[in-house]
Design a protein around this ligand. Structure first.
Ligand code: GDP
Ligand code: IMO
Ligand code: MG
Length: 446
């Protein structure tokens, strides 16, 4: 392993060459450090592509003393020579997107023709956010049984309208006044009836909404294009493509801990979200925290709702980028990781935030579950079944030295190397990158 230096040129070029077009996927419940890895690798890629989720995602990237928070824009935007694409599978809140563009420009980031946005991406509208919040509040009132613990960003209702088709609004609709007016007039009338009946909510007015969103469309117009065509041309021309997955496999609508998931596919679905077929991707890097965290509701077998979890939270600053909520913390779960690595087809792992584990006398790795008296190595993704599992742990010695001065894998404390070797063995996928801090240079690349 060799270290990377904290400069705009940070990831050895050999790694992207061996990877080919690469998909970055979170293998836990999100916030694994995907943004950091995308920022690091995009130095050697021509395109950074977001293909799922919306502003529920929060990817923080630290470069020198600057911190950037991304919700909709690919973290690759920090590399001006790399084209950042928001593809058709993303659901876009135009107000949040414009705010994000402004914030980044104010931080000195170039956002011009290096940002391309799909005309076919679906639009999050005020009634989506309202419905998300009203339904979560109503579920809390009923004893919390139906509450997901969403980010409140309107993601679920927007994807539901996409599937419903007749109540969907896409970015291309914001660019045509007549079409947008017709749609909003009709859809807002429908939503008002539903919200009044379900939540006794006052009606929304479509007219100011129309004015506001047509203005958003005008501001976004220069970025809008057919990204499917753009990406096919890029692929055929041999351009290097990096795909930035949002959320994570355990939040995947089909394969996550349903119903405590988000409303898009996160570890699967890249082809749906971009229009590129499977062979356009050669490698999948699974991004994994050296421990586990989860925001929102749902089962979490290795959760440590105790001083150990608190110690991880404080050392790792485990508070959400998007909502500021404290993240639930626990030991790493190799049963879940074997499953998510398999689902996503991970060809390599990036183990993140290893530095957070310095200072524990011992560390635990969950290797199997016991369910109804039977030992299993397969992850039962169904939330109801997960409630009944007891984790089986392997206990390893910890290390106390901070990792601040480590610049190469071989310099890691012996017990840290042993911890990584056990993870690699239990998950069955090779570790390609180890991250020991938020900065670019705090990265050990194999
Ligand atoms: P993402 O959603 O997967 O991109 O992850 P988030 O950005 O939500 O959360 C990861 C957090 O950990 C961010 O604040 C990063 O700056 C930070 N981070 C990333 N890698 C490391 C690391 O190796 N060590 C530490 N201490 N922090 C890291
Ligand atoms: P990144 O990309 C962590 C979680 C929410 C909630 C559930 C459903 O930063 O890793 P939603 O608003 O999507 O309907 O909420 O999914 N969630 C995330 N948790 N990181 C994320 O994204 C998340 N995106 C969604 O907390 O439990
Ligand atoms: Mg995040």
């Amino acid at each position: 392993m060799s270290s990377a230096v904290d400069s705009p040129r940070s990831a050895p070029a050999a790694l992207p060459r061996t990877l080919g077009n690469t998909s970055i996927v979170g293998l836990q419940w999100g916030d694994e450090g995907k943004g950091k890895i995308v920022d690091l690798l995009t130095e050697h890629f021509d395109f950074a592509i977001r293909w799922n989720g919306g502003s529920n995602a929060g990817h923080t990237v630290k470069v020198g003393d600057k911190k950037y928070a991304f919700h909709l824009i690919p973290s690759g935007i920090l590399r001006p020579e790399c084209t950042s694409v928001i593809a058709n599978g993303v659901v876009i809140d135009p107000l949040k997107l414009l705010e994000e563009i402004d914030n980044l420009i104010n931080q000195g980031v170039k956002i011009e023709d290096n940002l391309r946005i799909s005309a076919h991406a679906h639009i999050v509208l005020p009634y989506h956010k309202l419905q998300d919040q009203l339904s979560e509040t109503a579920a809390s009132g009923a004893g919390g049984g139906g509450k997901i613990g969403t980010t409140g960003r309107g993601i679920g209702p927007c994807y539901a309208d996409k599937a419903n088709r007749t109540t969907a609004v896409r970015l291309i609709d914001l660019l045509d006044d007549g079409r947008l007016k017709d749609k909003l007039q009709r859809i807002v009338a429908q939503k008002n009836m539903i919200f009044a009946a379900l939540y006794n909510a006052p009606p929304l007015d479509w007219q100011p909404m129309f004015e506001q969103y047509r203005a958003c469309g005008e501001q976004l117009r220069p970025f809008v294009t057919d990204t499917t065509r753009l990406l096919h041309h890029a692929w055929k021309a041999g351009k290097r493509l990096l795909f930035e997955g949002a959320n994570a496999v355990l939040l995947d609508l089909d394969h996550g801990t349903f119903p405590f998931v988000t409303s898009s596919n996160c570890g699967t679905g890249l082809s749906v979200g971009t229009g590129l077929p499977g062979p356009a991707v050669q490698s999948t890097l699974g991004i994994v925290k050296a421990y586990s965290t989860r925001v929102g509701g749902g089962p979490f077998p290795t959760e440590q709702d105790n001083p150990t979890g608190n110690q991880i939270r404080e050392r790792g600053h485990e508070y959400g980028t998007t909502t500021g909520r404290p993240r639930r913390c626990g030991w790493i779960d190799c049963v879940a990781l074997r499953y998510t690595a398999a689902i996503s087809g991970a060809t390599g792992l990036c183990i993140m935030l290893l530095d957070v584990l310095s200072g524990f006398n011992e560390l635990k790795i969950c290797t199997h579950y016991e369910i109804h008296g039977t030992k299993t190595d397969w992850f039962p993704a169904d939330a109801l079944e997960l409630e009944h599992v007891t984790p089986i742990y392997e206990t390893l010695p910890g290390w106390h030295d901070p990792l601040d001065n480590v610049t190469a894998f071989d310099q890691l404390p012996a017990h840290a190397k042993n911890y990584l070797a056990r993870l690699e063995c239990h998950i069955g996928v090779p570790i390609k990158i180890v991250s020991i801090g938020a900065a670019r240079h705090q990265t050990l690349i194999r």
